[in-house]
Design a protein around this ligand. Structure first.
Ligand code: C5P
Length: 675
């Protein structure tokens, strides 16, 4: 996750490959509840990992479900529609701010305690106690459930009580309002099978009062009930009947679809930039039960070529520029935001209507979208329930606000494809971490499938002598920019280690170059793997460093590692440290830092480092060794250690890492200003 103040996305030109979407939140929590109530074991694949699913899992475990996790599979052993005796003790469940946990659990537990007895309180964070639940409670009271408000009338916390042997009154139709939230109806539909065996063989009828909103979400509920063996009969969206004697049946295995709203950003990216090869999106397919899959039709109308099957969608660019459209977006308010971003690449004026609900979401999304698209240079007209966008004639290098709204951030990231529409500017997104609400790994996922000209990917180089703190500084800077990092010394060290392990002599230039040219090396966070073996610690051994220093003087070895080093230059940017990053490998880097510290200071730091690892050493010997390595690095014929002509020198002898990083970021900020 990009937990940084701002993220700069370089101008992007292509998009291809495969992405996997995180699971849908709506499906995840419904599936968990149904699996939890079932008789038997359900293996839930690809559950969304978020706060809301965490609280649901925790609540189910407190109620007696057994949940085991193995990779991306959660195995849930349900309670078989009965409260265990443990749950008959007074119980309090904390449900955070998860509406998708509070509503259905309230309904299910109200019915369970009515029949099996119990005393359960459902509470959440303060914001949860401001979210209305009265309509659902009214419906549950019609069933004879004893539900009390422990705080304010109409809001959680709720206290549910009952005595063993009670019976829910299901003889008359249960009436529930549908015009405030469809979640009340969903909660009842998910829970009522619990009461369907309680009163002889009568079916249970639910009637919706008022016009039901968010119908696609009720469709999800019905489809999932079907998977758990409950065939709800319906008359449109007015009347639903749960057959008598319905029982949840664990489907053994169920897969949580990827989130269709999240898919929209990648469908858009494919429509804009999947030019040579398609972008494949896995986790959600054209057969999806989620309403936002209808975004595909809108994207096609704008020119996208979309094919798909069960669980996958493939997108290519079709018409280019995209076709401007006028579209009523009432049926998919969330995904429609993505169309506003696609409009930046259209051949005229795109008008999205019936989007009044945007104004009352995470932020006023109409105002926010209009403001930010204008910042990019687009001509935007907005009204009470529409937005109209004309693409920029001149793209501006803009710093874009995200309004703590995950969808704003994801939509605006698409503006980075501006070189395909006559631009060539990076895009700055402020507070990018807001994507965590539904898609914590959004940017990582995007960056894995995009490409651009290397010259457009910014590089900061940090060169300097042994033990000057380059690596530490480079990681600090990379972390604060959200960039990748290249520790080029590790490549020389890995070559040295590989040579030691293969018994290759330090003088066998040909064999060394061959080893360096085909290193089976993999970087994984802070870990380095060579041929499947973790060599992170081994790389730091003194004898490995000493051999690295010797073989790095060989032109053949340096040449063999050249292409590998260049391959680290990937979106969104690179901080590379070593000896010749600014002078040779990334001579076009936008900012070059030459880091120094006195030999005495460096020897002291290295001594501390060694002691902390339990290795003993002598200060004098360390200093002599450092000076010998400096001399070798500075006097070798190829790529000698020296500051690049345009490097900025930084002596960090008396600076903390934080202070050094601040200095470098300040230099970078001066060279990289946004409007
Ligand atoms: O920086 P580090 O000590 O890990 O580097 C190991 C050795 O690799 C150094 O002694 C140096 O001689 C060599 N090296 C190099 N060019 C680089 C990085 C490291 O010659 N870009």
């Amino acid at each position: 996750m990009y937990d940084i103040a701002h993220l700069d996305i370089p101008p992007l030109r292509r998009c291809a490959g495969t992405v996997r979407l995180p699971g849908s939140k709506s499906i995840s929590n419904r599936v968990l509840l149904l699996a939890g109530l079932s008789d038997g074991v359900t293996a839930v694949h690809d559950l969304l990992e978020s706060d809301d699913t965490q609280v649901m899992l925790a609540a189910l475990e407190r109620l007696g479900c057994r949940v085991q996790r193995d990779g991306n599979v959660h195995t849930v052993r349900g309670i078989g529609g009965r409260l265990s005796t443990a749950a008959a003790q007074p119980l309090s469940l904390f449900l955070g701010n998860a509406g998708t946990a509070m509503r259905p659990l309230a309904a299910a537990l109200a019915l369970l305690v009515t029949r099996d007895g119990g005393d359960i309180t459902l509470a959440g964070v303060p914001r949860m106690h401001e979210r209305p639940i009265g309509d659902l409670v009214d419906a549950l009271r019609q069933l004879g459930a004893q539900v009390e408000y422990s705080g304010h009338e109409g809001f959680p916390p709720l206290r549910l009580r009952g005595r063993r042997g009670g019976v829910a009154d299901t003889a008359r139709p249960i009436r529930v309002r549908g015009d405030v939230s469809s979640q009340f109806l969903t909660a009842l539909l998910l829970a009522l099978p619990l009461a369907s065996g309680s009163d002889g063989a009568q079916p249970i009828v639910v009637e919706v009062e008022g016009e039901l909103i968010s119908k696609p979400y009720v469709e999800i509920t019905l489809a999932l009930l079907q998977r758990f063996g409950i065939a709800v009969e319906r008359e449109g969206f007015r009347r639903f009947t749960i057959p008598a004697d319905s029982h949840y049946r664990a489907p053994a295995r169920i897969h949580v679809e990827g989130d269709a709203s999240s898919a929209s950003y990648f469908i858009a990216a494919g429509a804009i930039a999947a030019v040579d090869a398609p972008l494949r999106i896995e986790g959600v397919g054209l057969d999806s039960i989620q309403g936002d899959i209808r975004f595909v039709a809108a994207a096609r109308a704008m020119g996208a070529q979309v094919t798909g099957g069960p669980g996958w969608v493939e997108v290519r660019r079709g018409a280019w520029p995209l076709k401007a459209v006028t579209l009523d977006c009432n049926h998919m308010p969330d995904a429609a935001m993505t169309l506003a971003a696609m409009a930046l690449f259209a051949d005229g004026r795109t008008r999205l209507t019936h989007i009044g609900s945007w104004r009352v979401k995470e932020t006023d999304r109409i105002a926010a979208m209009a403001t930010e698209l204008r910042r990019l240079g687009a001509t935007v007209v907005d009204g009470a329930d529409f937005i109209q966008v004309e693409p920029p004639r001149h793209w501006r290098r803009a710093a874009l606000h995200t309004y703590d709204d995950h969808r704003m951030a994801m939509c605006l990231s698409l503006a980075a494809f501006n070189p395909l529409a006559g631009g060539g500017v990076p895009v700055r997104l402020l507070d990018p971490r807001c994507v965590a609400k539904t898609f914590p790994e959004y940017f990582e996922t995007l960056f894995d499938v995009v490409a651009t000209e290397p010259r457009d990917i910014p590089v900061i180089t940090v060169d300097g002598p042994t033990a000057s703190g380059k690596g530490t500084l480079a990681s600090a800077v990379a972390a604060r920019l959200g960039w990748r990092q290249l520790d080029s010394g590790a490549l020389y060290r890995a070559t040295a280690l590989a040579a030691m392990r293969a018994d290759v002599a330090a003088t066998d230039t040909t064999a060394l170059a061959r080893l360096a040219g085909a290193l089976p090396l993999r970087f994984d966070g802070d870990l380095v793997w060579l041929d499947g073996i973790d060599i992170t610690a081994a790389l730091r051994h003194e004898e490995v460093g000493a051999l690295a220093s010797r073989i790095s003087a060989l032109p053949e070895v340096r040449q063999a590692l050249h292409a590998l080093q260049l391959s680290f230059r990937r979106v969104p940017g690179l901080v590379a440290d070593g000896r010749d990053m600014g002078t040779v490998v990334f001579a076009d880097a936008a900012l070059k830092v030459f880091l120094t510290a006195s030999a005495a200071m460096r020897a002291e730091r290295r001594l501390k480092q060694l002691i902390s690892k339990g290795i003993s050493a002598k200060l004098d010997a360390l200093r002599a060794d450092l000076e010998a390595r400096d001399a070798r690095d500075m006097h070798r014929a190829v790529a000698p250690l020296k500051p690049a002509q345009d490097a900025l020198q930084l002596d960090n002898s008396s600076l903390t890492i934080e202070q050094s990083a601040d200095r470098v970021l300040q230099w970078w900020g001066e060279r990289n200003a946004f409007d």
